[in-house]
Design a protein around this ligand. Structure first.
Ligand code: FAE
Length: 548
C-alpha cells in the first residue's frame, strides 16, 4: 500500500493483480451484456392508451416527470381531463430476465436512450474505459451531449424519477431567495414544500440502523472524514422505502438498493413517480398517458387552443406514426432541456413568435461536479454499498459546496470515497436555434466548471490533507480527477417571472404554461426535484383557481 491509500502490492493479502482480476470480472460482465434486443422486449405502452390522431383534449401535458405529474394530478382532481405525452417508454413490463430495469453493472438495451454504446457517468475504472456496445433502443437514461456538457436525463413514464437517486432535499430557507427570488418563501415553506414532500413520500434513514449496517459503511467513512476536518455531515432524506431497504439488508426480500441498482432504474424500493403522483393521477380516471410519443410542435389552432404535433416512436427510435391533436391548454413539462429546446425552436422558426426574449436563457447545471478520493487500506468503504445516498457534507455557507457522499456500487472493495458536489457555480448558459444544423444549441463551456471544482476543493483538499489521502484520478479518464463534463441537474431555460409570469404562464400566449425544472434559474443549492415539485404545486394551485 502506498501512503496515499492507492491500492498497491502485497499488504493485507491484497494485490493490485488480484484487484484488477476481480474488477475485470465485473467489467467483463458488462462486456457480456446483450447485443441484441430480445424479441419479446415489449416495454412499449399498450396501444389502447395512446392518443388518436385528430383528438381534441382539454389539457395536454408534455412530459411525465415531476412538473408534469403534479400538473396532471391536481388538474384531474379539479375535474379536468388530462392527456400526458411521453417520449420514453412506459416501463411497466419485465424484460427477458424477469426484471423491468437492467442492473447498474450490466447495462443492456434498456439502459440508454438511442445509443449504440453506453455513456456511463464514470467512464473509467483504474483508468480502463468501461463503456460497452448495446443495441440502439429507447432506453431509460439519456446522456444528451449539448456541446460543452453531457446532460443526463430520465426517459420514460416518470421522467427523472426513474433513474435518479431519490435524494429529496428541501433547500435551507436562507438560501431560497437566491433560488426563486420572486416567490413568497413563507408560502413555500408553510404549504408547498410540505405538500411536495408528502406527495413524493419522502423519508429519512433510521440513524441507529445507519450506524449498524454494512451497506452504509461507505457513508460512515464519509461522515468520519468530514467531521475530522470540521465539516458538518447531514442526513439527507430520500424517497426510497427505508423499511424495504432494511428487509433487503436482512435478506428477506429481493434486493434493489442493497443489490446496487441505480441509474438504469430500481426494480424495488424506490418510490418513483409511477408509484406516487402518477399512480394517484391515474386513479382519478381522468389521466391518460401516451408513452413513446414525442411532441415536435405546438402552434396556435385556427379555432382556438393549440395544435400539437407528435411522432409516435418505435423502440429503435424510428417514427411509427405522425399525429396531430388539438388541446385547449398545453403544459410544457419536458424537463429543463426538453422544454427549452421546444420553446427556442418554436419561437425562432416563427411558430410561436410572440414568446419573449427570455426564452432559452438562464440555464445552469446546479454546479454539479464529481470526484473520488483514495482511502487507506485500513479504511475500507465496503464491498456492499447501498446505491441510495443518505448523507452529505454541507460547506455551502463557507465554501459554496454541498457534497453528497455517493456510493460506488461495484460489488467489490474499492477503497474509494465518491462524491457528487452541488456548488454555487455562477455561470448561466443560453439555448439558441442553429438554423444551419436544424437544431438547438447550448453555449455552455466545460471551462465554466472551474468555480465548481474550486468550491468542491474547499471540502476535499482539506479532508485529503487531514487524512493523508489523495484524489482518485482513474474514474473519469486517465489522470483526470474531476468529473466536470456532466450534470444530473439541468435547470432553467424558461425562467419563472422572466420567460413566464410568476406562475409559469408563458408570455405571449394564453393557455401555454411551463411547469418543470426549466422555471428554476440554474441552481437550487441542493438536489432539485423537491423544489421542482413544490413550485409545480404552487403554480398549478393558482392556475386552477384563476384560469380554469
Ligand atoms: P423530467 O423529470 O426530466 O421529466 C421530463 C420528461 O419529459 C421526461 O420523461 C422526458 O422523456 C419527457 N420529454 C422530453 N421531451 C419530450 C417531448 N418532446 N415529448 C414528449 N416527452 C418529452 O423533468 N434530483 C434530485 O433531487 N435528487 C436526486 O437524487 C437526483 N439524482 C439524479 C440522478 C440522475 C442519474 C439524474 C439523471 C438526475 C437526478 N436528479 C436528482 C435530477 C432530477 O431527476 C431532475 O431534476 C428532475 O427529474 C427534473 O424534473 P422535471 O419535471 O423538470
Amino acid at each position: 500500500m502506498t501512503d496515499h491509500g492507492v491500492p498497491g502490492n502485497g499488504s493485507n493479502g491484497f494485490s493490485r493483480r488480484g484487484f484488477l482480476a476481480r474488477t475485470g470480472s465485473i467489467l467483463g460482465a458488462v462486456a457480456l451484456s446483450a447485443q441484441v434486443v430480445p424479441a419479446h422486449a415489449a416495454q412499449a405502452s399498450p396501444a389502447a392508451a395512446a392518443i388518436g390522431d385528430g383528438a381534441r383534449v382539454p389539457v395536454l401535458v408534455i412530459g411525465t416527470g415531476y412538473g408534469g405529474s403534479v400538473a396532471a394530478l391536481r388538474l384531474a382532481q379539479a375535474g379536468v381531463d388530462v392527456h400526458m405525452i411521453e417520449m420514453g417508454m412506459a416501463w411497466d413490463t419485465p424484460g427477458s430476465d424477469g426484471k423491468i430495469f437492467a442492473h447498474t453493472t450490466n447495462p443492456d438495451y434498456r439502459s440508454y436512450w438511442l445509443r449504440t454504446k453506453t455513456k456511463a457517468p464514470l467512464s473509467n475504472f483504474l483508468g480502463f474505459p468501461i463503456d460497452k456496445n448495446v443495441p440502439r433502443y429507447t432506453g431509460i437514461l439519456d446522456a444528451e451531449e449539448m456541446g460543452g456538457i453531457i446532460v443526463y436525463q430520465g426517459r420514460g413514464v416518470g421522467g427523472g424519477s426513474l433513474v435518479n437517486g431519490g435524494m429529496a432535499v428541501t433547500p435551507k430557507r436562507q438560501n431560497f431567495g437566491a433560488v426563486l427570488p420572486s416567490v413568497d418563501a413563507a408560502e413555500m415553506y408553510d404549504t408547498y414544500y410540505p405538500r411536495a414532500n408528502a406527495g413524493l413520500g419522502v423519508g429519512l434513514i433510521d440513524p441507529a440502523w445507519f450506524d449498524s449496517v454494512d451497506c452504509y459503511q461507505y457513508a460512515r467513512v464519509g461522515r468520519k472524514h468530514a467531521q475530522r476536518s470540521g465539516f458538518p455531515f447531514v442526513f439527507v432524506p430520500d424517497v426510497y422505502d427505508w423499511d424495504y431497504m432494511k428487509q433487503e439488508a436482512a435478506g428477506t426480500v429481493p434486493k434493489s438498493a442493497v443489490g446496487g441498482e441505480i441509474l438504469y432504474g430500481n426494480n424495488y424500493g424506490k418510490k418513483s413517480l409511477q408509484l406516487t403522483y402518477l399512480a394517484q393521477a391515474k386513479a382519478t380516471g381522468r389521466v391518460n398517458i401516451s408513452a413513446l410519443h414525442q411532441v415536435t410542435s405546438v402552434a396556435p389552432a385556427a379555432g382556438g387552443g393549440y395544435t400539437v404535433a407528435m411522432n409516435q416512436l418505435n423502440t429503435d427510435g424510428s417514427v411509427a406514426a405522425v399525429k396531430s391533436v388539438t388541446a385547449d391548454r398545453v403544459f410544457f413539462a419536458a424537463g429543463s432541456v426538453g422544454t427549452s429546446k421546444l420553446l427556442v425552436r418554436l419561437k425562432a422558426t416563427g411558430v410561436l413568435p410572440a414568446l419573449n426574449d427570455e426564452v432559452g436563457k438562464g440555464w445552469g447545471d446546479n454546479g454539479n461536479v464529481m470526484c473520488g478520493r483514495a482511502n487507506h487500506l485500513w479504511d475500507p468503504t465496503g464491498k456492499v454499498q447501498a446505491s441510495i445516498p443518505c448523507g452529505g457534507i454541507d460547506n455551502w455557507e463557507a465554501g459554496g459546496a454541498f457534497a453528497e457522499v455517493a456510493p460506488l456500487p461495484t460489488g467489490i472493495e474499492t477503497y474509494a470515497s465518491f462524491y457528487l458536489s452541488i456548488t454555487r457555480n455562477p455561470h448561466r448558459a443560453e439555448f439558441s436555434w442553429n438554423a444551419a444544423a436544424g437544431k438547438v444549441d447550448l453555449n455552455w463551456q466545460t471551462a465554466w466548471k472551474q468555480p465548481s471544482i474550486d468550491m468542491a476543493k474547499s471540502i476535499f483538499d482539506k479532508i485529503n490533507k487531514k487524512e493523508g489521502t489523495i484524489y482518485r484520478s482513474d474514474l473519469f479518464g486517465l489522470n483526470k480527477i474531476w468529473g466536470d463534463h456532466l450534470t444530473y441537474h439541468p435547470l432553467g431555460g424558461a425562467v419563472l417571472n422572466k420567460a413566464t409570469d410568476n406562475y409559469g404562464r408563458l408570455h405571449g400566449y394564453s393557455g401555454l404554461y411551463v411547469i418543470d425544472g426549466a422555471l428554476i434559474p440554474g441552481n437550487t443549492s441542493v438536489n432539485p426535484f423537491v423544489t421542482i415539485t413544490a413550485l409545480a404545486e404552487r403554480n398549478i394551485e393558482k392556475i386552477i383557481a384563476t384560469d380554469l
